[in-house]
Design a protein around this ligand. Structure first.
Ligand code: FES
Length: 106
């Protein structure tokens, strides 16, 4: 079972199971990580699932599509390493991925 680490704005560190095939958003929701709201359920329209991926992992992710980029430009505090967690599908090579949950999603 792969695990990922999500750090909260409060400083709390959440290590959660992230089975291959699930999205990071699904893993965060299953793991009870606060701050990953995911209002649209993964339909890539709300932006409330975004996370800031650690630099060491960011370049290892597949690039975002145009729609994801557009949504990320509209989040409250756009960040160059922000990604929609609903668009990051877990696979064994992403075991150990680390990211931060922003203080606010809207
Ligand atoms: Fe809505 Fe990811 S859950 S964009």
């Amino acid at each position: 079972m792969s695990h990922v680490v999500l750090r909260l704005a409060s400083g709390e560190r959440c290590e959660i199971a992230a089975p291959p095939g699930q999205t990071l958003m699904q893993a965060a929701k299953s793991g009870g990580v606060p701050g990953v709201e995911a209002d649209c359920g993964g339909s890539m329209v709300c932006g409330t699932c975004h996370v800031i991926v650690d630099e060491a992992w960011f370049a290892r992710l597949p690039p975002p599509c145009e729609m994801e980029q557009m949504i990320l430009e509209g989040v409250p505090e756009p960040h160059p390493r922000a990604r929609l967690s609903c668009q990051l599908r877990m696979e064994p090579s992403l075991a150990g991925l680390a990211a931060s949950v922003p203080a606010t999603q809207r």
